[in-house]
Ligand binder design. Structure first.
Ligand SMILES: O=c1ccn([C@H]2C[C@H](O)[C@@H](COP(=O)(O)OP(=O)(O)OP(=O)(O)O)O2)c(=O)[nH]1
Ligand SMILES: [Mg+2]
Length: 151
């Protein structure tokens, strides 16, 4: 388990709303909560940037965090992310923000403290480019976009 520094920016976190944590020993994500002061109605098609009340500093360029939708909210209610996936850089120290998009045809109400998305840490490989005129040949070559057929 990696230790990552966290700042609690909203006093409700760790008090009325729990600190993000893994729900089960095998969980990959920890849920992020809406740190809003009043219920927020998202109309169909509406997108809002919602604070989570926490900031993290990963500090290690070999790790990033991603913000992903919760599957129940996405599948049953059409509540997904306005940026599809949020990518948290290892040097980011600001509040974790969730872009919540109501892609459904109904209003959806977010209550203060609701779990709106999940945070998943991932390994990162940083690369630098080496310019060449020709690549070593590969079986695929330039084939893509269905070049291998459908079946
Ligand atoms: O869902 C998200 C996505 C990003 N961020 C924060 C952390 C991330 O490190 C920073 C920048 O994100 P990104 O690089 O994806 O956005 P950008 O539009 O390229 O902004 P910047 O110019 O600041 O890099 O914004 C969030 O809080 N939530
Ligand atoms: Mg960027």
């Amino acid at each position: 388990m990696h230790k990552i520094d966290i700042k609690v920016l909203d006093p409700r976190i760790g008090d009325t709303f729990p600190l993000p944590d893994y729900a089960t020993p095998g969980s990959a994500g920890m849920d992020l909560r809406a740190c809003i002061d009043a219920p927020l109605t998202l109309e169909p098609g509406q997108t809002e940037l919602i604070g989570t009340g926490i900031a993290i500093h990963i500090g290690d360029p070999g790790i990033c965090a991603t913000i992903l939708p919760r599957s129940g909210l996405g599948h049953k209610h059409g509540i997904v992310l306005g940026n599809l996936v949020g990518l948290i850089d290892s040097d980011y120290q600001g509040q974790l923000m969730v872009s919540v998009w109501n892609r459904s045809h109904q209003d959806f109400v977010i209550q203060p403290g609701d779990r709106i998305a999940q945070l998943v840490m991932l390994p990162v490989i940083q690369a630098n480019f080496s310019i060449v005129d020709d690549f070593d040949s590969s079986e695929r070559g330039q084939g893509g976009f269905g070049s291998s057929g459908r079946n």
